[in-house]
Design a protein around this ligand. Sequence first.
Ligand SMILES: NC(=O)c1ccc[n+]([C@@H]2O[C@H](COP(=O)([O-])OP(=O)(O)OC[C@H]3O[C@@H](n4cnc5c(N)ncnc54)[C@H](OP(=O)(O)O)[C@@H]3O)[C@@H](O)[C@H]2O)c1
Length: 332
Amino acid sequence: MNTYKLAIVGATGLVGRTILKVLEEKNFNNFEYTLFSSSKSAGTKLKFMNENYTVKELKENSFDEHFDFAIFSAGAETAKKFAPIVASKNCIVVDNSSAFRMDDDVPLIVPEVNFEDIINHKNIIANPNCSTIQAVIVLKPLDDKFKIKRIVYSTYQAVSGAGKLGLEDLENGRINLPKPLIKFSHPIYDNCLPQIDIFLINGYSKEEMKMINETRKILGHPFLPITATCVRVPVSNCHGESINIEFENDFSIEEITDILKSSPGIIVLDNINNEEYPFNTIVNGHDEVFVGRIRKDFSRKNCLNLWVVADNLRKGAGTNAVQIVEKLIKSF
Ligand SMILES: NC(=O)c1ccc[n+]([C@@H]2O[C@H](COP(=O)([O-])OP(=O)(O)OC[C@H]3O[C@@H](n4cnc5c(N)ncnc54)[C@H](OP(=O)(O)O)[C@@H]3O)[C@@H](O)[C@H]2O)c1
């Protein structure tokens, strides 16, 4: 069995730590690992794969020694600065940030949906936004069968999506600590904030435009009409999404349910008579995308409503990145 060298950049963050957990669960032990962070957390000791690792500071010469893969979860600025250097050294970078997602020569990959797009990558592969990943896993098989005409997204996104500082703001609010906010502009505890990331000149937030543009790229429909409202809600983990989909073709709820049940990476939890549907504490810690509240939108022809929940740190980030590496290795 080949041994690969894998760098985890941003190992001390929420996504980085989730990646370590996923690698342990998958028993990825034919790898040599090096863990990186910024100077702030360099020197941190992390127990991983039954060994003690000391996190190193990421520097420009960190990749002078050869690595086969680097999973970056350290923000867009860090990725923009370091990923091209790393990629030029014949190391495949899987980047969790938004830095390269919309670049024409960077594949934007969800393994269950469009792994074939990875062909001809130039050593940088982008992981989509967490809220996009869970949506396209559900949308792709339905699009294949009924042809999507329009999508309306409304998201209910957990604070872990804003990283460790976001979680701290929620926790400080919950225990009523008189501490200034460190991540959000307004208190997130007891509030729903209808702004994730900066607003753009078209009146949409950057997060909303990420969902729109990334969905189009992954589904291969560059002009698909899509609108989105993205909201941060005061829950720790897992994003919920109401997705309203208009199709070209008619469908029955039974057909939709059967397709979703037989598609990879999806769990259907939909029994309203028993009050069964996905919610955060059920989905937390799982890699699958959960779907419920499957029903027709009676206000419009060929229209469907879904409620979709996934663990944003796992399938929305860490698990997806690890699956990309796993599939690449299988394809060698
Ligand atoms: N959270 C999610 O649900 C989610 C989902 C999809 C994608 N993402 C993306 O994944 C990335 C990480 O998110 P996160 O939630 O894990 O954030 P986080 O908890 O704030 O962690 C950020 C990580 O990046 C490291 N870092 C920051 N600047 C660095 C630098 N100059 N060099 C090396 N490492 C640096 C930090 O190291 P220190 O400990 O030293 O500060 C930390 O390990 C972001 O790009 C985010 O957009 C997050």
